[in-house]
Design a binder for this molecule. Structure first.
Ligand code: MF3
Ligand code: CO
Length: 257
């Protein structure tokens, strides 16, 4: 069942979305190549969330032990923070969900540690981010659900990369995961018709090699099967009468007004 949100409810999700965007920005600024561990990132997020009275959407979700998911290089998503030190040239995906007053927002980005990676890694980051925005562009009334995934897949494959099939985006609201599932691939014009008030977390995961993935022994960390580099970008988006409304953005002038 898809739960459509009123404009007032969408504004509540935008508050959570701003919190997510601000935390991600803060985390990225604080990463020091050769020093910061993936668990440091988790601690930063936990403290920022705690000090504002927000709630982590991920901690204890289906037994997930941490506040952020951190995916380094060939890790696709759901990496559990630990003692791994981030080195210059690594690409690191940071995925964060926050609830404010019971309304969730979820976003992810992948960055090059130290601001620079290999040419191929930087191309992977650029294409994955572009693909997210191509998908978001389809999130408007009258389009079909699969138009989102189709636009993402087309852009990714045009550049010779592959879209992960085994993990999908999702509806989001008073729960982190709601209907519908949002695949990042597919034929156009299939699935439900998109309607005003639907709120979706759109999150392409893109491998430099093949699309196959596997889950490691910790039963969370998803890696590319061929161990090729992988990138992940995500926004929470509301479908409005006039088109997509990205909720996980920093408000101009900061969080307080
Ligand atoms: N953004 C991911 C998702 O939407 C992360 C959630 S996994 C969790 O599925 F278990 F940590 F919550
Ligand atoms: Co998500």
């Amino acid at each position: 069942m898809i739960i459509r949100k009123t404009p007032a409810e969408i504004e509540k999700m935008r508050v959570a979305g701003a919190a997510v965007a601000w935390c991600l920005d803060e985390i990225v600024r604080r990463i020091v190549p050769g020093k910061t561990t993936t668990l440091d990132i988790d601690r930063i997020a936990e403290e920022l969330i705690r000090s504002h009275g927000w709630v982590s959407s991920f901690k204890n979700y289906r037994g997930y032990p941490n506040t952020v998911c951190v995916a380094v290089n060939e890790e696709v998503v759901h990496g559990i923070p630990g003692d791994r030190v981030l080195e210059a040239g690594d690409i690191v995906g940071i995925d964060l969900g926050i609830a404010v007053d019971g309304w969730h927002a979820d976003a992810a980005l992948t960055i090059a540690v130290g601001g620079k990676a290999s040419k191929e890694a930087e191309r992977l980051l650029r294409v994955t981010k572009e693909a997210l925005y191509k998908g978001i562009e389809q999130a408007r009334p009258g389009k079909h659900l699969s138009d989102i995934g189709h636009a993402i897949q087309k852009h990714v494959e045009l550049h010779g990369f592959s879209v992960v099939r085994d993990l999908v985006g999702h509806g989001i609201g008073q729960s982190l995961h709601e209907d519908p599932q949002v695949p990042n691939y597919g034929k156009p014009g299939r699935g439900i018709r998109l309607e005003e008030g639907m709120t979706l977390a759109i999150e392409p995961m893109v491998n430099a090699g093949g699309y196959a993935v596997e889950t490691l022994g910790d039963s969370w960390t998803v890696v590319s099967k061929d161990r090729s580099l992988s990138a992940h970008f995500e926004h929470t988006v509301a479908i409005r009468r006039d088109g997509p409304d990205i909720l996980t953005l920093l408000p101009v002038g900061g969080l307080s007004r």
